[in-house]
Design a protein around this ligand. Structure first.
Ligand code: DAT
Ligand code: MG
Length: 152
């Protein structure tokens, strides 16, 4: 396989996941369309069924929350799409595009507000994930795309 282009450490990146609900509903293109239309650039992309081990690392900050087992069950229930997105202030920008966590309450115009809802399931199915800070973004990208990060 050809070596992928490494991420430019001088540029800002975030990790986006089109979650299993979004992928299964055929919304991957719509989510990526909004991110690209905003002007951000896709630097890495893969379809993947995430293991519980990977998700435990990814959601480590929520390990002690009551919803943690259900969150891992939902996130490993089917394939998802992982994406590295680049752009100035992209971490904040993608969070604004996503909308708030609860998809029933997320504002219209946002990905979660326009495409998500409650389905009466025991999980919060909210279509998309985006890193919440530079520290999280760096950690999450190294976890999902180690091949794009330069290691000495
Ligand atoms: P976000 O995904 O908006 O960054 P978060 O990091 O607080 O939200 O939580 C991660 C995911 O966990 C979220 O997308 C859905 C789920 N979640 C959060 N709070 C929850 C709750 N109170 N009950 C059930 N699931 C929850
Ligand atoms: Mg979060």
């Amino acid at each position: 396989m050809p070596t992928p282009e490494l991420l430019d450490p001088n540029k800002e990146h975030t990790l986006v996941l089109v979650k299993p609900d979004g992928f299964a509903r055929g919304l991957t293109g719509e989510v990526l369309r909004r991110i690209e239309a905003k002007g951000y650039v896709l630097k890495g992309l893969k379809i993947k069924r995430a293991s519980k081990e990977l998700l435990e690392e990814h959601y480590a900050e929520h390990r002690d929350q009551h919803f943690f087992p259900g969150l891992l069950e939902f996130m490993s229930s089917g394939p998802l799409v992982a994406v590295v997105v680049e752009g100035d202030r992209v971490i904040e920008g993608v969070r604004v595009l996503m909308g708030t966590t609860n998809p029933t309450l997320a504002a219209p115009g946002t990905i979660r507000g326009d495409l998500g809802r409650d389905w009466g399931s025991k999980y919060v199915e909210n279509v998309v994930h985006g890193s919440d800070s530079p520290t999280s973004a760096e950690r999450e990208i190294a976890l999902w795309f180690p091949e794009l990060v330069y290691h000495e």
